[in-house]
Design a protein around this ligand. Structure first.
Ligand SMILES: [Mn+2]
Length: 324
């Protein structure tokens, strides 16, 4: 692909390359950052390569991010991964870089990159990165493969999402050839603290269902504090209510100290437009947005109901017998 060589030329041109991810990073974000950092380090040992931003505890086994000074950005190239809009990038110092490359798989929100490699159909940003490294014949080793594999396995919900294709498995298979131990990674990803387990119990016993077919759970600050878990750990439980037949759209709505965030998921209708209405976005079946206060929850629930109702009506028309 021509864009691969454009990116390679930029990598060759710069002595310092800084890899950015998004706020509240997930496994794909950290895995893409650390996998790409390692790949660039082994292929260009003379260059200074960093990855910056907050860490994510549940993929802490992948390694640490770097602390760098503002001066490091002088004449540097920033590569931003897994992030559709510049506002959502962690560490806004990417703006200090001389040029910016965006590598992403979300529906684009803004075009902040000087060069952009965006493949919306890919289930994980790490898959795009692996295909690029391979396409450019760059060296890959086990330390590159482990974070990239972890990124793919987390962002695909362990290969369960719509966006997974044969290509995803081909990439995963190739990563295994570099010595990735899938059981070991699965063990790391599967541990769950007692507090999180108890919080799951709260979700299971307090979620709400609407007549239209929307399932949701409201989590106040007090609840997060009561269970003594992080906001991220709490928000990650959105799929606890993902399995109910007749409820193809679900959400976890959580109050952070400064805002109320909605994690919205679907196995039926596209929900990214609904997220757009509330200042968010993401993927067709997995999006996020915000509401201004708990008073707006009813309105959000109504809008979600509309999406589900329309979907069910369309399903009826098409006489789909597949129960979602
Ligand atoms: Mn991702």
């Amino acid at each position: 692909m021509q864009i691969y060589s454009q990116i390679l030329n930029k990598i060759k041109e710069y002595e310092t390359i800084i890899i950015h991810g998004h706020v509240r990073p997930d496994g794909d974000c950290i895995g893409s950052q650390l996998g790409l950092r390692e790949a660039l380090r082994i292929n260009f040992p003379e260059k200074k390569i960093y990855a910056v931003g907050p860490k994510a505890m549940y993929v802490a086994f992948l390694g640490d991010l770097d602390e760098i000074s503002d001066d490091t950005y002088n004449n540097a190239l920033a590569i931003c991964v897994d992030c559709a809009n510049s506002e959502r990038l962690a560490d806004q110092r990417f703006k200090l870089a001389k040029e910016i490359i965006k590598i992403d798989h979300h529906i684009p929100v803004d075009n902040y990159g000087d060069i952009e490699l965006v493949e919306e159909e890919k289930p994980a940003c790490a898959q795009i990165i692996f295909e690029m490294l391979e396409g450019l014949n760059l060296k890959i080793n086990k330390d590159v493969a482990i974070p990239l594999y972890t990124a793919i396995v987390t962002d695909t919900g362990r290969y369960r999402f719509d966006s997974v294709t044969s290509e995803t498995f081909i990439v995963a298979a190739k990563l295994l050839e570099y010595g990735v131990n899938i059981a070991e990674i699965d063990n790391y990803l599967s541990v769950e603290s007692l507090d999180v387990l108890k919080f799951k119990g709260y979700v299971l016993s307090h979620f709400k269902l609407t007549k239209a077919g929307f399932a949701y759970i409201k989590i106040t600050k007090e609840i997060v504090e009561k269970y003594g878990i992080s906001y991220e750990d709490a928000a990650n439980q959105v799929n606890v209510i993902s399995t109910i037949p007749g409820y193809p759209v679900w959400a976890l709505i959580i109050e952070h100290p400064a805002e109320i965030r909605v994690r919205l998921r679907s196995r039926g209708p596209d929900i990214d437009k609904l997220a757009n209405q509330y200042g968010g976005g993401g993927h067709a079946k997995a999006s996020g947005c915000k509401i201004d206060s708990w008073d707006d929850l009813n309105k959000f629930v109504k809008d979600a109901n509309k999406v589900v109702k329309k979907y069910k009506k369309d399903q009826e028309k098409n006489k789909s017998t597949f129960i979602k």
